[in-house]
Design a protein around this ligand. Structure first.
Ligand code: FAQ
Length: 341
């Protein structure tokens, strides 16, 4: 089967469904074939049969992820013209450009499932599809560039490394490259905060203020608690998600506390302490009503982000039209060429 050229092909069980004579394949065969691949930790590929609900859930998650990347360019784009040095400006521009690239890989991955990119963007613009809550917070100082890199990209890495093992091939492969770039983003954020934390008292205070504002929203990026996460159980059974929201959140906390100590910055949670019995840090209660409000559109910057995105889309209409016209012209030229079959 096409599907498993990237999975554990040699020893993964495969069914003969795709090789069966036409008319001999029924829905039950296709379903058991899909399940056999999932059970064997193989990869589902675009031409493989898959349940409609699996396809829909992937489009939902991948589209939300793609939208997050392109909306996520806004809070940092806000600081490109105000970066404190040429070096910082060049790095920030490269990072924001990477995010546009991540959006492109992800929209392309969603297209392999039969979704149209234009429809996905329409759904973002009319509020039918979501993007990550984290990008609805303002970036008030330069230190926010450090906090976003360290905490937001750090959380994104913890969430996305397991997605490199997602059961859907194109999404998993896109994630490999995305995660490599996110690691670089996380390091640059850490480095910004490290410089500020070890700078003047005013710079240290600016870094601490940014961490105070971004810590709790970063924890909310992992989604609602497991008990209130309607998608987790099925997504884990399908091998889309590999860990639950709460498990990934805990992993992020455990990873970040020692880094905050290295930075000389405090995380704004007086209940954070190592629990030797659990082998994890205990932490204070997260205010999930804030997450649900931001998801509903009531965060500090939701309206502004969407307004900016719609305007950018309208402003870019001529580019899409020009690309379409060029593609049509190339088709005509190719069709008319004497070598065209
Ligand atoms: N914000 O049942 P669950 C980045 C929605 S990329 C908004 O737990 P699921 C890179 C959820 O969609 C950041 N909505 O859902 C970067 C669902 O609604 P639906 C984005 C949220 O899918 C860095 C409902 O709540 N990353 O940061 C949020 O199993 C710096 C119920 O939730 C990804 O998208 C939220 N925080 O788990 C860029 C990673 N949480 O669709 C620029 C891939 C939940 O049923 C600068 N996605 N919702 O209407 C995932 O891993 C998952 O989709 C989760 C949510 C974990 C986000």
């Amino acid at each position: 089967m096409y599907g498993n050229d990237f999975g554990p092909a040699a020893d993964a069980p495969r069914s003969d469904v795709m090789d069966a004579p036409l008319g001999r394949v029924d829905a039950r065969d296709l379903e058991s074939d899909f399940q056999a691949i999932i059970d064997a930790e193989g990869r589902i590929e675009p031409r493989d049969a898959m349940p409609d609900a699996y396809r829909k859930s992937l489009i939902r998650q991948i589209a939300q992820h793609a939208h997050s990347e392109i909306i996520g360019m806004q809070p940092e784009g806000n600081w490109i013209s105000r970066a404190p040095s040429l070096r910082r400006k060049a790095i920030l521009m490269a990072k924001v450009q990477d995010e546009a690239g991540h959006g492109l890989y992800l929209y392309a991955a969603a297209e392999t499932l039969g979704a149209e990119r234009a429809d996905l963007l329409d759904m973002l613009h009319n509020g039918k599809q979501k993007y990550s809550s984290i990008f609805n917070y303002p970036t008030l100082t330069w230190a926010d560039m450090g906090a976003i890199g360290w905490l937001v990209d750090g959380a994104a890495i913890v969430n996305q490394v397991p997605l490199c093992r997602c059961s859907y091939g194109p999404y998993a492969r896109a994630m490999v490259r995305v995660c490599k770039e996110e690691s670089f983003h996380q390091r640059q954020g850490f480095e910004i905060l490290h410089s500020l934390s070890n700078g003047t008292p005013a710079q240290h205070a600016m870094a601490q203020d940014a961490v105070n504002r971004w810590w709790w929203p970063s924890l909310m990026m992992f989604g609602p608690p497991d008990a209130e996460s309607p998608n987790t159980q099925q997504s884990m059974a399908w091998g889309i998600k590999r860990f639950s929201n709460d498990d990934l959140r805990q992993r992020f906390i455990d990873m970040t506390v020692p880094q905050s100590e290295a930075l000389g910055l405090e995380l704004p949670d007086s209940e954070l302490r190592w629990n030797a019995e659990r082998g994890h840090y205990d932490s204070g209660k997260i205010d999930f009503t804030e997450l649900f409000e931001v998801i509903k559109g009531n965060g500090p910057c939701n309206a502004h982000r969407m307004q900016h995105r719609r305007r950018a889309h309208e402003d870019g209409a001529w580019v899409r039209e020009a690309a379409d016209a060029f593609a049509a012209k190339r088709r005509t030229t190719t069709d008319a060429s004497p070598t065209a079959a």
